[in-house]
Write a protein that binds this ligand. Structure first.
Ligand code: F0G
Length: 468
C-alpha cells in the first residue's frame, strides 16, 4: 500500500464526447531530423507541409471534422441531378429551420459566398465595417472596390483581456463611421460570429441587438459571417444573463434573426469536409445572387456542391446545434487552453471556440514583428513534435492596398485549431507538452526572412528562411 494521500477530486464533473469511435485513421510520426528537413523544405510555412508528415494536425478546423454514421449514410442518398437535387431541398429546409433565413443558395465553400455577396452589394468607394477582418472576407470586399474598416471593441486586440465577448462591435465607433462616410456608402455591416482573428471570441446577443437597432435607423443591412455562429450561441448560453436555460438552437435562431442574411463556410460548424452557402432574406438581392452563382459556382440549386455533400451538410447542421455536441466541442478546446494557461504559457484569454491561440509576441519579445515571430513559432512547434499549427499575425494580415506596407496587427498569434470530433484528450495532452517544450526553449528562437511573397492571401503560400 502506498502512503501517498489521495489527490483532490475536481470540483466540476468532466464532460465527455457524446459519441464513440467506429473507424480510425492511423497517424505517422517522423524522426526529429525528418521534421527539421520537412519544415525547411516547406519554407517554414506549415501550409506547405505534406499532411502525411504531420502527427497531430491543428492547422485548421476547416473541412477537417469527422462526420457521423448518420452523415455518411446520407452520402449514399446523394441525388446527383444537375438541377433541383432533393438534397438541395433538404439543405434549404435545415438552414431555414435552424438559421431562419428565407432564401438560400449553396456555394463551394465560404469564400464563394463572400465573392457573390461582395459583388452584388459593394460599389467602388464603399466602406464595409466589420468586427475585425477575416482574410478571404476582406479580400473579396476589397476586390469589389470596398474599404474594410475594423469596428471591433478595443479589448479584442488585447490577448490578456478577459472580456467575455471580445467579438463585440464598438457601437459608438460604428455610429461615428456612419456619420463620417454616410449611410449610403455603407452597403452592409459584416458581423462575424465568432471572431476568428481575435481568437475565436464571441459576440453577445445584447451587442448584436444594439448593432441591429443602429443599422435599422440608417437602413443598413447586416450580413453575418455565420461560419462559427453555433459556437457563438454556446458562449451566449454560458456567459450572457438570461440565456442559461435556452438551447443552442433557440439562441442561434434568435441571433440570426437580427441579421439580413449570411455567408457560411459549412466546413466549420456544419461538420462537413466541403461546402458553404449564401442566405438572404430579401428576394430581390437573392435573385441577383442566384444569377451570379451560375457564373462562379454552378446552378443555384448546387452551387459547386455534389448532392451527397449537400445531404451531409443538411445532417451536419442538425447535429451541430445539439447542446451536448457543443459542450464537448468547446470543452475540448478549453481543456487544452486552460492546461497551457495553468502552466504559464501565454495564450489569448478567454479560450476561444475553435482554437487555442499562442501569443507569439510574449513568446519571442526579442524578435521584431517583421521577423515573423508567429510564423517562426509554428515552425518550432512542428519541429518539436509534428504538431501542425498556423500563423495568425503579420503574414496573415498582408499589405495595405494603398501604401504597400505590411499591416502590423496588434495580435501576433499561432493558432492551435481543433478539428471537431477527431482528436482525443491524450492528443491534447501531447500537444500541450510540445508547446511547453517550445516555450522553455524560447530564449534561443530565431526569426525568419520572407523569400517568396505571393500576391493574394500570402500566408497560404509564402516561403521563408531562418535568420542567422
Ligand atoms: N469566414 C471565417 C470566419 C473563416 O474562418 C473562414 C475560413 C471563411 C470565412 C472562409 O471560408 O474557407 O470555406 O472559404 N477559415 C479557414 C480557417 C480557412 O482556417 O480559419 P472557406
Amino acid at each position: 500500500m502506498s502512503n501517498t494521500p489521495p489527490s483532490p477530486r475536481p470540483a466540476k464533473r468532466s464532460w465527455a464526447e457524446p459519441w464513440k469511435v467506429k473507424m480510425v485513421e492511423p497517424l505517422k510520426t517522423l524522426t526529429a531530423a525528418q521534421r527539421s528537413q520537412a519544415i525547411r523544405d516547406a519554407g517554414y510555412n506549415t501550409f506547405l507541409l505534406k499532411s502525411d508528415d504531420c502527427y497531430i494536425d491543428l492547422l485548421t478546423d476547416s473541412g477537417t471534422s469527422a462526420m457521423s454514421d448518420w452523415q455518411w449514410a446520407g452520402m449514399m442518398l446523394g441525388d446527383e441531378a444537375y438541377a433541383g437535387s432533393r438534397n438541395f431541398y433538404n439543405l434549404e429546409a435545415a438552414i431555414q429551420k435552424y438559421y431562419g433565413y428565407k432564401y438560400i443558395t449553396p456555394t463551394h465553400q465560404g469564400r464563394g459566398a463572400e465573392n457573390i455577396l461582395s459583388q452584388i452589394c459593394i460599389k467602388p468607394g464603399d466602406t464595409v465595417p466589420g468586427n475585425m477582418y477575416f482574410t478571404t472576407t476582406r479580400h473579396h470586399q476589397e476586390a469589389a472596390g470596398g474599404t474594410f474598416v475594423d469596428i471591433v471593441i478595443p479589448e479584442a486586440h488585447d490577448p490578456k483581456s478577459e472580456h467575455p465577448f471580445k467579438g463585440n462591435v464598438d457601437v459608438k465607433a460604428l455610429e461615428a463611421l456612419i456619420e463620417k462616410v454616410g449611410a449610403k456608402k455603407i452597403p452592409y455591416v459584416c458581423v462575424a460570429a465568432t471572431v476568428n482573428m481575435a481568437g475565436g471570441q464571441p459576440i453577445s446577443m445584447e451587442n448584436m441587438r444594439a448593432v441591429r437597432a443602429l443599422t435599422s435607423k440608417h437602413g443598413i443591412n447586416i450580413f453575418l459571417d455565420a461560419t462559427r455562429a453555433v459556437e457563438n450561441a454556446w458562449f451566449i448560453k454560458q456567459r450572457e444573463p438570461g440565456y442559461e436555460k435556452k438551447s443552442v438552437a433557440e439562441i442561434l435562431l434568435e441571433f440570426c434573426n437580427l441579421s439580413d442574411g449570411c455567408t457560411m463556410s459549412g466546413k466549420k460548424d456544419a461538420l462537413v469536409n466541403i461546402g458553404g452557402w449564401l442566405a438572404l432574406n430579401d428576394r430581390g438581392l437573392y435573385d441577383e445572387a442566384s444569377n451570379l452563382v451560375v457564373v462562379y459556382e454552378g446552378l443555384h440549386t448546387y452551387g459547386g456542391m455534389a448532392g451527397r455533400d449537400m445531404e451531409a451538410m443538411a445532417r451536419g447542421i442538425v447535429e451541430s446545434v445539439q447542446d451536448d455536441h457543443m459542450r464537448a466541442r468547446i470543452g475540448q478546446v478549453e481543456y487544452l487552453g486552460e492546461k497551457l494557461h495553468s502552466w504559464g504559457v501565454p495564450v489569448v484569454r478567454p479560450i476561444g471556440g475553435h482554437a487555442v491561440y499562442l501569443d507569439a509576441k510574449a513568446f519571442y519579445p526579442h524578435l521584431k514583428q517583421d521577423q515573423f515571430p508567429a510564423q517562426a513559432l509554428a515552425a518550432y512547434l512542428y519541429e518539436d513534435s509534428g504538431v501542425r499549427a498556423m500563423e495568425r499575425g503579420i503574414v496573415s494580415a498582408g499589405r495595405s492596398k494603398t501604401t504597400g506596407e505590411h499591416y502590423y496587427p496588434k495580435l501576433e498569434l499561432v493558432r492551435l485549431t481543433i478539428p471537431r470530433r477527431v482528436y482525443t484528450q491524450a492528443h491534447m495532452d501531447v500537444t500541450a507538452e510540445s508547446v511547453a517544450a517550445v516555450w522553455d526553449a524560447r530564449a534561443t528562437a530565431k526569426g525568419l526572412k520572407m523569400i517568396y511573397e505571393p500576391k493574394y492571401l500570402r500566408f497560404f503560400q509564402a516561403k521563408f528562411e531562418q535568420l542567422g
